[in-house]
Design a protein around this ligand. Sequence first.
Ligand SMILES: NC(=O)c1ccc[n+]([C@@H]2O[C@H](COP(=O)([O-])OP(=O)(O)OC[C@H]3O[C@@H](n4cnc5c(N)ncnc54)[C@H](OP(=O)(O)O)[C@@H]3O)[C@@H](O)[C@H]2O)c1
Length: 222
Amino acid sequence: MSHKPSIAIIGGTGALGTGLARRWALAGYPITIGSRSAESATVSAQGLSALLSEKGVSGRVAGAENVEAARAADIVVLTVPFSQHAGMLGHIRESVQGRLVLDTTAPLVPPRVGTVQLPQAGSAAVSTQEALGDNVSVVSAFQTVAADKLQALHPMEGDVIVCGNKREDCARVIELVEATGMRGVYGGPLANSAASEALTSVLITINRQFKCQAGIKLVGLT
Ligand SMILES: NC(=O)c1ccc[n+]([C@@H]2O[C@H](COP(=O)([O-])OP(=O)(O)OC[C@H]3O[C@@H](n4cnc5c(N)ncnc54)[C@H](OP(=O)(O)O)[C@@H]3O)[C@@H](O)[C@H]2O)c1
């Protein structure tokens, strides 16, 4: 039996965190939902456990305050709004040392969320790496995926670009992408996350025009 890494989702009570938690728990990954409130995390974890029971899947699901959640996991996934990003990095910094941190953050700055506004570091993911230090391997992915679609549990389509400075950690995240039903494609070093993060605002603009939830699909891959 293959060993699946345990995953903590920081801000896991939210839209994207809930969608990812559902997909990964159903795929057999042990999940800890993180929240500012241990009580909210527990309520979310109970909901996820009920979903697993309904689907006849056995799995390990827990809820904890964000720092406690991060401490317990092999992989820590960051799913908080960009406005809370810097503060949350300071909060979890010590608890994620030596770990892989998957950053899903799109640096949206209301009210102009349909306009690309990348942070001074070049991207949210690069600022995550700077804040957490060299003992953390930051990988960026999922900025172009709609949380609602993940939550709905219908078959997923499309691609997810995965950027990071350590190829082996990008490969671990590509496995996580595939566990959600999409294809993960290595997109280069962490600095290239700027392109994925910028695409979020482009997709928001497209979604407003077509009243849809568009994603991305790469063509020509063999
Ligand atoms: N939504 C999407 O479709 C989508 C798609 C791709 C990428 N993303 C990225 O995923 C991240 C999360 O997006 P989301 O839509 O899931 O966000 P969200 O639902 O608005 O918030 C996620 C969680 O963040 C926590 N949070 C809220 N305010 C906070 C604060 N002041 N301090 C600390 N934590 C706080 C909350 O958890 P607690 O109240 O339980 O602490 C909340 O459940 C963003 O960076 C976004 O760019 C989202």
